[in-house]
Ligand binder design. Sequence first.
Ligand code: HEC
Length: 300
Amino acid sequence: MKKLIPVYVRVPVIFFIIFGAMEYFIDSGDRAAFIKYPMVDLILLVILLLIIAVEMIVSAVDAIVYQILPEEEKAKLAAEENLKFKESEWFKNLMSKLTRTVPIENEASLLLNHDYDGIKELDNNLPPWWVYSFYACILFAGIYLVRFEILGADNQEMELKKELAQAKVEVAEYMKNAPDLMDEKTVTQLTEAADLAIGKEIFTTNCAACHRADAGGQIGPNLTDDHWILGGGIKNVFHTITNGGRDGKGMVSWKTNGMKPRDIQKVASYVLSLRGSNPKDPKAPDGEIWVEDVPVAEVK
Ligand code: HEC
């Protein structure tokens, strides 16, 4: 066996197994442990030196033992060393365990009485590797039958469906806690006084110049009436504030100007809360009267 794996293969293999195990067991986040913790490099170096030292000691002991062996033992050892792998005792043992073949010289002992036109039949052993694989298959089939056909465990399709459903729940949960990822599909209208107060502040700072402090309209349209150029309702208003109005009209994209989706949600909710507030001297209505899409069932 020793001859089989030479020292220049054995040492690196052992070293990299230890190296791999360390990387696996040391929790170093997104960087490799040997980069994050220089201590690991030192330990690996010591381990490498140890492996080399052990190899040197073992080979030195071997050399000494060989020197003090009697001549005939030396000859035996040399003969063993020169054996090919397939001729070694170890390999032969393994093969006979796996196959239990009868040597060809003893074939006569297996001969059955059957003789068909000179074709003879041998009663060979089934090779153990085959027999045990067969038993394993029977066991597997039994467990499979009980698990899937009797106890009704999920098949692959069910597993996929469950995982997809779970993923949906997780995505929804994530979106709830990550308002910066909100878009016009997921946005909801806020009604809390605290949120609307922040919305009002944002409006006064950024929007009043064009829409007037009471949103009655000036350069930009009146935002308190039922007429909308680009569509009313939280989703459209969120979209307009995020992406801006028609080219050249003056309403810029507030996303490009660095406004966060959750702030856009608040100012949009504030704007919508002003509906019907009838400011003095409002700008004449622009656009169409907006009717929120109501699901058919609710209309009647
Ligand atoms: C530079 C002037 C200007 C500023 C500042 C401005 N707007 Fe506008 N806004 C406009 C104009 C002009 C339009 C009409 C766009 C069009 O016709 O496409 C408009 C349209 C809108 C609309 C759509 C109205 C409709 O009828 O569809 C909303 C909602 C709106 N603005 C909200 C805001 C909010 C909120 C802010 C502040 C974050 C803001 N605007 C800042 C000029 C402005």
